[in-house]
Design a binder for this molecule. Structure first.
Ligand code: SF4
Ligand code: FE
Length: 487
């Protein structure tokens, strides 16, 4: 059966000879690194839950290529039920990790590349789709993590790719050879790059003629020569190596992002899925973005469930759980969280088949989903901090709790209602801090804002999909405007 266990996954990443830089130093890899290991654990959860009978229906699917049971993260959505299961799986993983579990970018990328390669072949009689299917089958059979890579640095955003001062502000083909292409450039904010086996590159914007070298999609193993990662800093990241797990808030799980550099990376022909077909760049961007905007209706609500639970526990500890305004704030958090989830489910239920046969989400509803996600987690974080109280940012450290000079004072003054121990109180407050200000806030807040496209990117699609003319006609008819009689 092509499913790896969590431990086998970790071993497979250990064997990768990646080029990774973290805090100014070259490191061997994420396995055993105190700052990166929590992010590896979060991805590992996508393997562990697939082994668990209870979660297998959500975490696995039947490959349409081989008929084998595969991890849902490598699956091509065959129907609306698959789209719905995806969102529910993401919510579950958010609940289990309270962080970004990183594997969705690859799932969203393979579904977008699947349909676009089919359409390129139909127009140009190229052979990208079959080539992609062979690649996909290998990823399914080996249960690989694929890092979907879209965002280029973009340089001066007023200028197109081919007029930038730095010609590699957008990743491009720098050499075409008989046996493949050589590419240079970078992809920013690459979620989970150092925990992935493969990186699947796509263009980042619609491209016009003259930009053929930028219209490129391909995949290479993450340890390909010429590819290196510079890990992004996260707020409070070095707490993870202080040997004070309470202060990290979420000791076991976290997310990771990297700036991934492609310095003359060779891509063999059998791994190229677009090479110069500029008019399809926009479709690839739009489809990947729609799938990833759907994803946020799942993962962020799972993390939101943990935040709501933490806020409710903080209220218990503070003795304020029965206070009406606290109850109302918890209701508001739940309302916001379920609204995001509803959008993720709705855009899945309204999904439709593509020409290639896989299922796409409803574009308008997926963008409405993500637009809500750019706002609601921030309000939920504000409410959680309100309920938790200022101690969340003024509490002493674990080391003070362990120091005999101060330990008794901390126990005496920070033990709260229901005899909640000072230690449990600190653990809970640090979790809320982690989710709203610390390392997990990268995934829960800033990524909610900018991941899968910043708010304006959704508004552009919402404007395009809003069908104002049809709505005007509806109003004209009801109001019996004179012009409506002519329609
Ligand atoms: Fe998955 Fe959410 Fe992380 Fe994106 S932000 S990779 S959808 S968990
Ligand atoms: Fe993301």
């Amino acid at each position: 059966m092509p499913l790896m266990t969590g431990d086998e996954y970790v071993e497979s990443i250990r064997r990768k000879k990646m080029q990774i830089y973290l805090l100014g130093e070259k490191i061997i890899g994420p396995v055993g690194n105190p700052i990166l290991a929590p992010s590896l654990n979060a991805v590992k959860m996508t393997y562990d839950l697939a082994q668990d009978e209870k979660y297998r229906p959500l975490l696995t699917a039947c490959s349409h290529l081989t008929g084998h049971v595969i991890n849902r993260f490598t699956h091509i959505h065959q129907n609306r039920e698959d789209l719905i299961a995806k969102v529910k799986m993401q919510r579950l993983l958010g609940q289990k990790t309270a962080s970004c579990f990183q594997r969705c970018v690859g799932m969203d990328a393979i579904n977008a590349v699947f349909s676009v390669t089919y359409e390129i072949d139909r127009k140009y009689k190229t052979a990208y789709h079959n080539r992609f299917l062979r690649y996909l089958e290998k990823c399914q059979e080996q249960d690989l993590v694929i890092d979907g890579a879209m965002t280029d640095p973009k340089g001066d955003r007023h200028l197109p790719a081919d007029r930038q001062t730095n010609p590699e502000a957008y990743l491009r083909v720098v050499e075409r050879r008989e046996d493949g292409i050589v590419v240079s450039g970078a992809k920013c904010h690459q979620t989970g790059a150092c925990n992935s086996h493969e990186i699947l590159v796509m263009p980042t914007v619609s491209l016009g003629s003259g930009c053929e070298d930028y219209a490129v999609s391909f995949s290479v193993p993450i340890d390909t020569p010429g590819l290196l990662m510079i890990i992004g800093r996260q707020s409070c990241d070095t707490r993870k190596r202080e040997s004070a797990p309470i202060d990290t808030g979420n000791q076991r799980f976290g997310g990771v992002e990297a700036l991934v550099i492609f310095d003359h990376v060779f891509v063999p022909n059998d791994r190229i899925f677009m090479n110069g077909e500029t008019e399809f760049a926009g479709s690839l961007v739009e489809r990947f973005a729609a799938y990833h905007r759907q994803s946020y209706g799942g993962c962020k609500t799972g993390v939101g469930d943990v935040l709501i639970g933490a806020a409710a526990l903080a209220a218990d500890q503070n003795g304020t759980a029965k206070t009406s305004h606290i109850k109302d704030k918890l209701i508001e958090m739940t309302h916001l969280n379920e609204t995001m989830f509803s959008c993720g489910i709705a855009c899945s239920c309204e999904g439709c088949p593509t020409a290639a046969g896989n299922y796409s989400v409803d574009l308008l509803l997926a963008n409405v989903c993500k637009q809500n996600v750019t706002r609601f987690p921030f309000e939920m974080a504000r409410l959680a901090q309100d309920i938790a109280g200022g101690l969340m940012v003024t509490a002493p450290s674990q080391k003070d709790l362990e120091n005999p000079d101060t330990a008794e004072y901390i126990r005496k003054y920070l033990t709260a209602a229901d005899c909640a121990s000072a230690q449990d109180r600190l653990k809970l407050l640090r979790l809320i801090e982690n989710l709203t200000l610390g390392t997990a806030a990268v995934g829960y807040l800033t990524e909610s804002l900018h991941g899968a496209g910043s708010p304006q990117a959704q508004r552009v699609v919402i404007a395009r999909q809003s069908n104002l003319d049809e709505k005007k006609k509806l109003a004209e008819r009801i109001a019996r405007l004179e012009s409506s009689d002519r329609r």
